[in-house]
Design a protein around this ligand. Structure first.
Ligand SMILES: Cc1ncc(COP(=O)(O)O)c(C=O)c1O
Length: 430
């Protein structure tokens, strides 16, 4: 019996043969591919303008596109300061450095994130302490965070994973109680918000990535730090430039006041992002429409947990993560999550849906932390369950023209769901 065996459609239409077994794929081979980033005349012109200007770095005392982008993004976030840096990982490291995180410090981060969230404290000689995530939002659990605070805790990094703002209300209460700073990892959450407050303005400081796959991309690598704290902004500004203090319009003094490296953003990268920024809000609105239409079709499928914005928040829809629990819905017991996810992965990909995993293990299981588990913490059952039973859609839905492609993907999901018994059989469940 399939999940739809009693639905009206089952009476009128036999499910098409699965592409994995020789049937035609649900996503036509000639479906228009999604592009990301969308590169137009504006990007080309702004980048060549920089090349023609000769101002290819941001430390010469001349106003560049980096200054313009910093002003524009601070305005978007509603923060007093924005500092352009070389990438999102450097943004995190520079913020933690400014907060005094170093050897002997512990920094609480979610067990489910990109490795950079863990590398930032590690690279400063601090210990990342992993807390579990919420099984629906995939974001740092405030309860587990509270349980992992010690006298050595120096900061908490909520990650707005996949574009869903973290539980900043719960985490702010905990941080205030313990006098700890909150550092937003907003690498995946440009344009997300809680109420009318943008990500980037919800903690002591925030790190954004401009890496080309992000919702606000550059043509390569880049990052932005936002904060209301003038001392933190000044520290980041100096630490990205060998510890020097540059004053716009004044000659460089070549005096290093603090420890620092070279983590500057290039005017070429900033110029590309400035061009993207002119279409950012229009893209965000169109993406919201496309993704909502896609998810509303999928939410009708039994046993499929589709992403949803937490009420009162704006989701940036950077990545779409789906969890699978169709066993009971198909009249079968709960399937082995790993094997069932692997079966669906194969079937969906064959239909032309480029599903992929996002993180194949909880961060504390990464080889770099082997042997340190007693320090970094253990457990994380919700992170483990999410990684075992979910797949993600990445990048394809970012293009505002991807609406029709997403509808083909929805066709593919519906088709595979009409063959749930096959998927369960492949997973050894039947
Ligand atoms: C959650 C998260 N944090 C940090 C980063 C690091 O950003 P970057 O790649 O710009 O260094 C990323 C990038 O993928 C990310 O997804």
């Amino acid at each position: 019996m399939t999940a739809h065996a009693e639905g009206p459609r089952a009476l009128t239409r036999r499910p098409g043969r699965l592409a994995a077994f020789g049937g035609p794929p649900a996503v036509p081979r000639d479906a228009a591919p999604a592009r990301w980033p969308v590169i137009g005349e504006a990007e080309r012109r702004r980048v060549t303008d920089v090349l023609d200007s000769g101002h290819l770095v941001s430390n010469t005392g001349v106003e560049t596109e980096v200054d313009q982008l910093e002003r524009a993004w601070a305005q978007h976030c509603g923060t007093a300061h924005c500092v352009g840096v070389s990438n999102g990982t450097a943004a995190l490291e520079l913020i933690l450095d400014a907060l005094g995180v170093g050897p002997g410090s512990e920094v609480i981060i979610p067990a489910l994130s990109f490795i950079a969230t863990a590398m930032a404290p590690l690279n400063l000689g601090a210990v990342p302490v992993f807390a579990d995530v919420d099984p629906r939002t995939f974001n740092l659990s405030a309860e587990d965070t509270a349980a992992r605070i010690t006298p050595r805790t120096a900061a908490i990094i909520p990650v707005h994973l996949h574009g869903q703002p973290a539980d900043m209300g719960g985490l702010t209460a905990i941080a205030r109680r313990h006098g700890l700073p909150l550092v937003e990892d907003a690498a995946q959450a440009h344009g997300a918000a809680i109420g009318d407050r943008s990500t980037g303005s919800l903690g002591n400081a925030a790190a954004f990535s401009l890496q080309y796959t992000k919702n606000l991309p550059t043509c390569g690598e880049g990052g932005l730090v936002t904060t209301d704290d003038p001392d933190l902004a000044r520290h980041v500004g100096m630490a990205r430039q060998f510890g020097e203090e540059l004053v716009r319009g004044a000659p460089r003094t070549h005096r290093s006041h603090i420890r620092g490296g070279n983590a500057k953003l290039s005017p070429v990268q900033a110029a590309f992002t400035l061009a993207q920024l002119t279409r950012f809000y229009a893209y965000r609105e169109q993406r919201e429409r496309n993704v909502t239409a896609f998810l509303s079709r999928l939410s009708a499928l039994p046993g499929l947990q589709v992403p949803r914005a937490v009420p009162g928040t704006t989701h940036a829809w950077h990545i779409l993560r789906f969890r699978f629990h169709p066993g009971p819905a198909a009249g079968a017991p709960e399937a082995d999550p790993d094997r069932f996810r692997a079966s669906l992965h194969r079937l969906l990909r064959a239909e032309g849906v480029p599903m992929s995993r996002y993180q194949v293990m909880p961060l504390p299981d990464q080889p770099v932390f082997a042997g340190a588990r007693h320090r970094t913490g253990s457990g994380h059952p919700d992170t483990r369950a999410v990684i075992a039973d979910s797949l993600t859609l990445q990048k394809r839905h970012l293009d505002p023209a991807s609406g029709p492609l997403l509808q083909h993907y929805a066709d593919a999901f519906e088709k595979v769901w009409e063959h749930l018994d096959t998927a369960l059989r492949m997973a050894g469940q039947r």
